[in-house]
Write a protein that binds this ligand. Structure first.
Ligand code: 5GP
Length: 205
């Protein structure tokens, strides 16, 4: 049977505490799977090695507040004194074109997406232990001790939101975390509702 492109892309929301290794897992996932990664807007300053338009679209507070006022964001949140948000138009265009879209967003933003896009898949990623998270944040060597303390406190609050997610992925090793996410995405892909077209119209038996 010829594969017909699905009518709508799958929206996938990935959350997890800062430092858990989401960026590394996402980079690996994107090298194995065709999907669009939503580049968020943020007022945070770029870290060493981060590129504008690749890791984030880095904007001023004024620019960000303009986007909020014009209703250009699917969701946004303030996280450790900075704004982070997702462009509505980019996501909509990709999903309408049948392309799967991956969002790396924190829990407040994810809660907003849960309300407006109930069909999205919600995945939460955790490290094997809290001590390991602290170790990874220190090893990253990009934030001062106050920022790290803030991120760890935030992580404790974020863990309380885990029951609102569909899946829990453990990032002990990148390959394992990527494998678990691949399995989730493959299972979602096989849902009857996503494959209805395969038994309808020209494809009917
Ligand atoms: P970081 O500063 O470590 O890159 O990101 C801090 C947090 O902001 C992470 O938990 C990340 O998932 C989240 N984040 C990144 N982009 C967005 C976004 O567009 N919206 C929301 N709500 N959170 C985001």
């Amino acid at each position: 049977m010829t594969q017909k492109k699905k009518a709508k892309g799958q929206l996938v929301v990935l959350s997890g505490p800062s430092g858990v290794g989401k960026s590394t897992v996402i980079a690996e996932l994107l090298s194995e799977r065709t999907m669009h990664f939503s580049v968020s807007y943020t007022t945070r300053k770029p870290r060493v090695g981060e590129q504008d338009g690749v890791n984030y679209n880095f904007v001023s507070r004024q620019e960000f507040e303009g986007m909020i006022a014009r209703g250009e964001l699917l969701e946004y949140a303030e996280y450790v004194d900075n704004y982070y948000g997702t462009s509505l138009k980019v996501i909509q265009d990709k999903l309408d074109a049948g392309v799967d879209v991956l969002l790396d967003i924190e829990v407040k933003g994810a809660a907003k997406v849960r309300k407006s896009c109930p069909d999205a898949l919600f995945i939460f990623m955790i490290p094997p232990s809290f001590e390991e998270l602290s170790r990874r944040l220190h090893a990253r060597n990009t934030d001062n001790e106050d920022v790290i303390t803030g991120r760890l406190e935030k992580a404790r609050l974020e863990y309380k939101e885990i029951p609102n997610y569909d899946y829990l992925v453990i990032n002990d090793k990148v390959a394992n975390a990527v494998g678990e996410i691949e399995s989730i995405l493959t299972a979602a892909e096989c849902r009857f509702t996503n494959r209805k077209y395969m038994i309808e119209g020209d494809y009917a038996l």
